[in-house]
Design a protein around this ligand. Structure first.
Ligand SMILES: Cc1cc2nc3c(=O)[nH]c(=O)nc-3n(C[C@H](O)[C@H](O)[C@H](O)COP(=O)(O)OP(=O)(O)OC[C@H]3O[C@@H](n4cnc5c(N)ncnc54)[C@H](O)[C@@H]3O)c2cc1C
Length: 283
C-alpha cells in the first residue's frame, strides 16, 4: 500500500491535487483502521498521512475564538484548562468518545470528515456554532459546520480539499449540556445523543439543539430551537407542540443498535430532563 507523508500543508495539498480524489487523508486513523484493507486488492488505495504536518496540530486561543487544528485530538482538548472554563461541553464530549486510547489519537477533524450520524464530537461543535476551514492548492474557504453535511456521509468537502481547522466563537453561554446514550459507559457507539446550548441573543446567540444518531446526518433541531426561542426567558416546561416540533426535526431509523421509536422517545426525555426548570437569560 502507498502512504504519502508530507511535512507541510503546502506539500499535503499539492499531493492531494496531483492525485485528484484518489488519496484518503489520514489523521489519527481510528476510524480508518476499522475498515483497514482486509483483502490484497484493497491495498491499491493510497493514503495521505497528515501526522507529520506540524502546522495542523495546535490548539490556539484568540480574543474571540478557540481554533482546533486538524490534528488536535480529544486529549489535547481535555488537557487545556481554558477549554474547561470556556467550553465545558467540549470536555464532556471528549470524555465520552471511545476510551483513553481513542481520545489520545482521534481528532475532532476526523470525527467531522468521517461523517457518521453517530459522531459525538460533531453535535457539540455544531451547538457551539463552529465553522470548518478547508484548504486546497487553489486557496481556503470556511463553512459553518451546520451547513457542512449534504446527506448521509456526504459533505461540501471536495476530494482535493483538506480540513485544516475548526473555529469555535466565544459566546456568553448560560446553558450548555451534552448527553450520550449508549449500551455501556465507554467504547460505545451512540444510540441517541444531544447537545444543548443557549447564549444571549446579542452577538448571534439563541438556542442550539443538535442531535446525533437520529437522522442521516448529525442535525440541528431547528423547529425545537424556534419553539424555545418563542418561549423566551421563562423556566422550561415542555411547551405546546414540543413533540410535534421534535418529530419534524429528526428521522430516526430502526437498526441493529436501536429502534426508531426508542430513539425518538429517549431524545425527547433527554431534552425534557436536560431543560426542565432551566431559565435562559434573554438579556
Ligand atoms: C474503539 C473505537 C471507539 C470509538 N468511539 C467513538 C465514540 O465514542 N464517539 C465517536 O464519535 N467516535 C468514536 N470512534 C470513531 C473515531 O475514533 C472518531 O470519529 C475520531 O474522531 C476519528 O478521528 P481520526 O483522527 O482517528 O480520523 P481518521 O480515522 O484518521 O479519519 C477519519 C475520516 O476522516 C478523514 N479525514 C481525517 N482527517 C481529515 C482532514 N484533515 N481533512 C479531510 N479528511 C480527513 C479520513 O479520510 C477518514 O475518512 C471510535 C473508534 C474506535 C476504533
Amino acid at each position: 500500500m502507498k502512504v504519502h507523508a508530507p511535512e507541510t500543508l503546502e506539500q499535503a495539498c499539492a499531493v492531494l491535487a496531483q492525485h485528484a480524489g484518489a488519496l484518503v487523508p489520514m489523521a489519527g486513523a481510528t476510524d480508518l483502521l476499522v475498515h483497514w484493507p482486509g483483502k490484497q486488492r484493497d491495498h491499491d488505495r493510497a493514503y495521505l498521512d497528515l501526522s507529520g504536518v506540524a502546522e495542523l496540530r495546535p490548539l490556539a486561543w484568540t480574543d474571540d475564538s478557540l481554533k482546533l487544528g486538524a490534528l488536535t485530538t480529544y486529549w489535547d482538548v481535555l488537557r487545556d484548562p481554558q477549554t474547561a472554563r470556556q467550553f465545558p461541553m467540549l470536555i464532556e464530549a471528549a470524555r465520552q468518545v471511545g476510551a483513553v486510547q481513542i481520545q489520545t489519537r482521534g481528532t475532532w477533524a476526523g470525527n467531522i470528515a468521517n461523517g457518521s450520524p453517530a459522531a459525538d464530537g460533531v453535535p457539540v461543535l455544531m451547538a457551539l456554532d463552529a465553522s470548518v476551514t478547508l484548504a486546497s492548492t487553489t486557496g481556503t474557504r470556511t463553512v459553518a459546520l451546520a451547513d457542512y453535511y449534504t446527506g448521509y456521509r456526504a459533505s461540501v468537502r471536495r476530494p482535493e480539499e483538506l480540513i485544516v481547522s475548526i473555529e469555535i466563537p466565544k459566546r456568553a453561554y448560560d446553558i450548555t449540556a451534552f448527553y450520550k446514550v449508549g449500551p455501556r459507559r465507554a467504547q460505545a457507539i451512540t444510540k441517541v445523543g444531544v447537545a444543548i446550548a443557549h447564549a444571549s441573543h446579542a452577538g448571534g446567540g439563541g438556542w442550539r439543539i443538535v442531535a446525533n444518531s437520529v437522522a442521516p446526518t448529525v442535525c440541528r433541531c431547528r423547529s425545537v430551537e424556534s419553539l424555545l426561542d418563542e418561549v423566551g426567558g421563562k423556566p422550561f416546561t415542555a411547551p405546546d407542540g414540543f413533540l410535534t416540533a421534535l418529530r419534524a426535526d429528526v428521522a430516526p431509523i430502526d437498526d441493529i443498535r436501536s429502534t426508531a421509536e426508542y430513539r425518538l422517545t429517549v431524545l425527547a426525555r433527554l431534552l425534557y430532563h436536560g431543560l426542565k426548570g432551566r431559565t435562559p437569560s434573554v438579556a
